[in-house]
Design a protein around this ligand. Structure first.
Ligand code: ZN
Length: 550
C-alpha cells in the first residue's frame, strides 16, 4: 500500500511538472539572482528578468520567473547589480570618435610646452597634411593665460597645426594654418573673437564663431575616417555601459551615415542626433516630422546661444568678475533664434540650445517662452543651463523647458568658476537640484569629448560634487547635489524622455527594449568614494551582449 501511495504521489508530481512545463513560456534568456534596479515609476528593485526577441518580457523575482518561463540561456547574476543601459543626454559622438582616432590628445597637459611636445610625438606616428589636436585647458597651467603661436611655429614652420581647447570653444592655430585659411589683420567674425597682440597681429587664438575661419580650411574627414571613428567610439562607449549616446549637432550626411551603419548592423549603439541649423537639414528632415527608428532619433534642432565660461565666451548679464567690461559673446542675432524656433515649432521638432551664461540663458528662455506660450509637452531643452539668474529659474517650470546638464562640468569648473563669476553669481551656477525641481526631471550627460565618456563619473559628480581626489571634502555647493536615485534616473529614463523615447527604453520594464548593464558593485549602496571605481561587467543592447569584461 505504502508503495502504491508513493507511486501515485510521484506520478502526480511528474504530471504536475509536465503540465507546468508545457505551460511554461519559452524565452531567449532569463537573468536571476541579481539586484536589478528597474528605474520604473516606483523605482522597484527585483532579482530577475526574462528577455525574448530583444525585449524584456517579464520582470520579477527568481521563483516567479523560473515557474513561468523556460529559456535556452539562464544566467546566474550572482548578486551583481543590473541597471537600464546608460544614456548620455548630451555628447558629440562623431566628434569624439574623430578626436580619438585622428587628433593629438592634449587632455591633462600641465603647460603649453607639454602641449607642443605631445603634438610633436603625435605627428611622428600619425601622418596627415594638417596636424590636429584637442583637449588643452589653460586653467590647468601655471600661467593661466591663452597660449600664443610662436612655439608652435618653431616646431612646425611648414605644417598647419590646429589645437582645440577642451571645451571646443577656442582653438590655437600656427602661422601656416592661418596662412592657408587666408587670415589677415582685417579678419573678423560676428559672435567670435580673434585674439591679437600689441601690434594688432593675431596671436593664433580663435574663439567661438571665429574658429569657422580656420575650420573652413581644414580638409574634411573622409568617409573611411568617419566610419573608423564611429566604430571606435562605439566600442569605448559600450565598455562604460552606454547604450545610447547623443550627437549634439550633425549635418545631414553624417546623420544618414549613422542611420545606414545602424541598418547594416555595424553601429548598434542608439543615437539621439540633433541636427545642425542649416537648410540642408531643414529641407530634408522637417517635412518628414520627427524620426524614431529605435536606433536613431532625429527630433531636434541644435542652436548655440553663447560660448563657454572657460574661454570667457559665455554671455553674462554683468561683466566677467576677472575681466572688467567683458560680457562674453552672443553667437547670433535675436531674430535668428526666433526664425529657428518658429521653424521647429511649426514642424513639431524640439529646440536644444547651448546656453551657459546667465544672459545667454535668459535670452533663450524668453525666446522659447514666446513660442511655447505656457504648459506644453514639446520638451524644448536648454543644453548646459550653467549660470542662471535667480529670477529666471521659473521659466523652466512655467514653459516646461527641460534642462540638459553635465554634472562633470561642475566638478571640472569648480576650481576657477568663481573667479569668472564672483561670489554672488556662483551660487546659482551648476544649480542642478534647483533645475531639477522645476519640472521634476532633467537630462544628464557629459558633453564628451569635453569630458570623459563614463556615465559612472557623471553619476559620481551628481551626488558627490567632488573631484576624483575627493576635493572639496564636503562637496561643492551641496545644496545642488542630486540624490543617487535622481542621478540614476538622470542617466537612464530621463534622457530617454528627453528624446521622446521613454515608452521604448530607459527602464527595465516589460515590453521595453532589453538595453541593460551589469555592474560589479551596487551604485546605490556602496560608499561614495568607491563610485568612481565601479566597473561595467557587461553591456547589452536589445538583449545582445555588446561588451563583456574578459
Ligand atoms: Zn556640446
Amino acid at each position: 500500500m505504502k508503495y502504491i501511495y508513493h507511486f501515485v504521489i510521484s506520478t502526480a508530481l511528474i504530471l504536475i511538472t509536465m503540465t507546468s512545463c508545457q505551460n511554461k513560456k519559452q524565452v531567449d534568456s532569463i537573468y536571476y539572482n541579481g539586484t536589478v534596479y528597474t528605474v520604473n515609476n516606483h523605482f522597484d528593485k527585483v532579482s530577475a528578468f526574462a528577455v525574448k526577441d530583444g525585449k524584456f518580457v517579464a520582470v520579477g523575482n527568481d521563483k516567479e520567473l523560473m515557474n513561468l518561463y523556460d529559456a535556452d540561456k539562464t544566467v546566474d547574476l550572482k548578486g551583481k547589480t543590473v541597471y537600464p543601459g546608460f544614456n548620455d543626454g548630451h555628447s558629440h559622438f562623431l566628434g569624439y570618435g574623430l578626436t580619438i582616432t585622428t587628433n593629438a590628445d592634449l587632455v591633462g597637459t600641465k603647460s603649453f610646452e607639454e602641449v607642443v611636445e605631445r603634438v610633436i610625438e603625435h605627428s611622428k606616428s600619425y601622418q596627415s597634411d594638417w596636424i590636429l589636436g584637442r583637449g588643452w585647458d589653460q586653467n590647468d597651467w601655471k600661467v593661466k593665460e591663452f597660449p600664443t603661436k610662436e612655439q608652435l611655429d618653431k616646431a612646425f614652420p611648414n605644417t598647419p597645426v590646429v589645437l582645440r581647447r577642451i571645451d571646443g570653444h577656442a582653438l590655437i592655430a600656427n602661422t601656416e594654418a592661418m596662412r592657408r585659411a587666408g587670415i589677415n589683420p582685417q579678419s573678423m567674425m560676428a559672435g567670435g573673437e580673434i585674439l591679437v597682440n600689441e601690434n594688432r597681429e593675431p596671436t593664433g587664438v580663435f574663439i567661438d564663431n571665429a574658429m569657422d575661419l580656420i575650420d573652413r580650411a581644414i580638409p574634411k574627414p573622409t568617409l573611411k575616417q568617419k566610419v573608423t571613428a564611429l566604430k571606435t567610439a562605439q566600442e569605448n562607449c559600450f565598455a562604460v555601459g552606454l547604450t545610447t549616446v547623443t550627437d549634439a549637432g550633425l549635418d545631414k550626411a553624417d546623420i544618414l551615415l549613422m542611420d545606414s551603419l545602424q541598418k547594416a548592423g555595424v553601429l548598434k549603439i542608439r543615437v539621439y542626433a540633433m541636427m545642425n541649423p542649416n537648410w540642408e537639414n531643414y529641407d530634408y528632415f522637417l517635412p518628414k516630422g520627427p524620426i524614431h527608428t529605435g536606433r536613431l532619433t532625429v527630433s531636434s534642432i541644435k542652436l548655440y546661444a553663447d560660448g563657454a565660461l572657460g574661454s570667457r565666451g559665455a554671455l553674462l548679464l554683468k561683466p566677467y568678475s576677472d575681466e572688467p567690461g567683458h560680457y562674453g559673446l552672443l553667437l547670433h542675432s535675436l531674430s535668428y533664434y526666433d526664425f529657428v524656433c518658429k521653424k521647429a515649432f511649426d514642424a513639431g521638432f524640439q529646440v536644444n540650445t547651448h546656453a551657459i551664461g546667465d544672459s545667454g540663458n535668459r535670452i533663450m528662455l524668453k525666446t522659447y517662452a514666446r513660442y511655447l506660450k505656457g504648459p506644453n509637452d514639446m520638451r524644448w531643452r536648454i543644453e548646459h543651463a550653467q549660470v542662471i539668474n535667480p529670477a529666471d529659474f521659473h521659466y523652466f517650470a512655467d514653459y516646461n523647458i527641460i534642462p540638459s546638464i553635465q554634472t562633470t562640468h561642475c566638478t571640472s569648473d569648480m576650481y576657477w568658476a568663481e573667479k569668472r563669476l564672483g561670489p554672488e553669481r556662483i551660487k546659482t551656477a551648476y544649480a542642478y537640484h534647483e533645475l531639477l525641481i522645476q519640472n521634476g526631471w532633467l537630462i544628464n550627460g557629459t558633453d564628451f569629448p569635453v569630458e570623459g565618456i563614463s556615465p559612472l563619473l557623471t553619476f559620481y559628480a551628481a551626488v558627490a560634487r567632488k573631484d576624483l581626489k575627493g576635493w572639496p571634502p564636503d562637496g561643492f555647493q551641496m545644496d545642488n547635489a542630486l540624490t543617487r536615485k535622481e542621478a540614476l534616473q538622470s542617466i537612464t529614463i530621463w534622457p530617454a524622455k528627453g528624446s521622446f523615447d521613454e515608452l521604448f527604453k530607459g527602464s527595465i520594464e516589460t515590453g521595453k527594449t532589453a538595453d541593460f548593464v551589469i555592474l560589479d558593485k551596487d551604485l546605490m549602496q556602496i560608499p561614495e568614494s568607491e563610485i568612481p571605481l565601479v566597473k561595467p561587467e557587461a553591456t547589452f543592447v536589445e538583449g545582445e551582449e555588446v561588451f563583456g569584461r574578459k
